[in-house]
Ligand binder design. Structure first.
Ligand SMILES: NC(=O)N[C@@H](CC(=O)O)C(=O)O
Ligand SMILES: [Zn+2]
Ligand SMILES: [Zn+2]
Length: 424
């Protein structure tokens, strides 16, 4: 398909381009960019007033397939991503069984090829069955197409085993995506340990639950030479440690999720499990530190940690309901409303945090709108205002704390390999 994207504000962090121009897509590539292109197209997308970004890359989603299809599937999670403006997503291995072998990585990749409208690049588990007892076949999974390893949902608490896993990942040339949570420190906590947990009489999760493992993981990355990526960073002290690690020149990167830069514990209205996620939303000082980290580049990327759960599971009392909220279809609007509109991030920084930086973390040739690059493109109307309505989500998961929020920033079109996979 030949597509002409006309008159949008092209934001390409790879070349530093920020200008109103046209993009012509042909044979799955960006074949031309410039002003007043006259190429004959089968489809013209009027992008006037819109941002035209390199296709957004979500480093952190849960697709739940195989085994937990009542929550989400590769198809529905892929459709949710497309609707949210993402052209590439990276699913975590906490499926059932866990994605912990070359065969299972192959299965997810093949299933995604037929079912998902977007690129799906899976992570493999660090340990067999995510049981924390023995390492999975990391080299084999990398060969089968795993773009990283992760024990997401938990940490590998055995540091010796984890260190071995890091060495394997370093050898295989793939990053370690770290969920930082000292399980022995959790003690049944379900929201942030603070004023709100006391007010609601709920067990709390202190910052140290995360920070202790952030520190350990950085030290192990230093020792092993592994590329370490810290998932869903939520605390001020973790940001500080990441900043210091980067200053030392370690190969450490990090992501924050929209809910962590948008909400604090003060926003939790009641014991509502749509506000239960891991790590929890923290205090205002933490939220400000995350924003500061995004501004100065300590935090490389914005990722959603899209974590769909069934309504029945989320209807349980908050102490029993599973952790996690959906994020694929609200990330763009929250980023624009919370960060771009108030001038905290420039539109170019948004493109960098949501596309180029994730591509670099994965070591893939994406995140750029240069001529000749693959035609993964996201068109966003930053001024369009709407109300978040979970019943409109393509995701099976409706578990969001943002229902009814008035936001700005609407995905107009999502283009993958030169094909329109979503258009508003
Ligand atoms: N973030 C969450 O609250 N839940 C995730 C697991 C995870 O990302 O740690 C899930 O799989 O549901
Ligand atoms: Zn996690
Ligand atoms: Zn996760």
């Amino acid at each position: 398909m030949k597509i002409l994207i006309r008159g949008g504000r092209v934001l390409d962090p790879a070349t530093g381009t920020d200008a109103v121009m046209d993009l012509f897509l042909e044979n799955g590539r960006i074949s031309k960019r410039g002003t007043d292109l006259q190429e004959a197209a089968e489809r013209v997308i009027n992008a006037s007033g819109c941002y035209v970004l390199p296709g957004l890359i979500d480093l952190h989603v849960h697709l739940r397939e195989p085994g937990l299809e009542h929550k989400e599937t590769i198809r529905t999670g892929g459709e949710a991503a497309a609707r949210g403006g993402f052209t590439t997503i990276c699913p975590m291995p906490n499926t059932k069984p866990a994605t912990d072998s070359p065969e299972m990585i192959g299965y997810v990749r093949e299933k995604a090829e037929t079912d998902a409208p977007v690129h799906v690049l899976p992570y493999g588990a660090v340990t067999a069955g995510q049981k924390g007892e023995k390492l999975a076949d990391i080299a084999g999974m990398a060969k089968a197409g795993a773009v990283g390893i992760s024990e997401d949902g938990k940490s590998v608490m055995n540091s010796a085993l984890y260190r071995k896993g890091m060495r394997e990942a370093a050898k295989a040339g793939i990053p370690v995506m770290a969920h930082c949570e000292d399980i022995d420190l959790v003690e049944g906590g379900c929201i942030n340990d603070g004023e709100k947990s006391r007010e609601l009489g709920l067990p709390g999760i202190s910052n140290s639950v995360e920070d202790v493992i952030t520190a350990r993981d950085i030290l192990l990355a230093k020792e092993t030479g592994a590329r370490l990526h810290l998932c869903h960073v939520s605390t001020a002290d973790s940001v500080k440690m990441i900043r210091e690690a980067k200053r030392e020149g370690l190969q450490v990167t990090a992501e924050v999720c929209p809910h962590h830069f948008t909400l604090t514990e003060d926003d939790i209205p009641s014991a509502d499990s749509n506000f239960k996620m891991n790590p929890p939303v923290r205090g205002e000082a933490d939220r400000q530190a995350l924003i500061g980290g995004l501004q100065d580049g300590t935090i490389d990327a914005i990722a959603t940690d899209h974590a769909p759960h069934h309504a029945d599971e989320k209807a349980k009392p908050i102490t029993e309901a599973p952790f996690g909220i959906v994020g694929s279809e609200t990330a763009v609007a929250l980023t624009i409303t919370q960060l771009v509109e108030p001038g905290i991030l420039t539109p170019m920084q948004m493109a960098e945090r949501m596309s180029l930086a994730p591509a670099r973390i994965l070591g893939i040739d994406k995140g750029s709108l240069e001529e000749g690059k693959c035609a993964d493109v996201t068109v966003i109307d930053p001024a369009a205002e709407y109300v978040i309505d979970p019943s409109q989500f393509a995701s099976k998961g409706k578990n969001t704390p943002f229902a009814g929020w008035k936001v700005r920033g609407k995905v107009v079109a999502t283009i993958v390999d030169g094909n329109v996979v979503y258009q508003a």
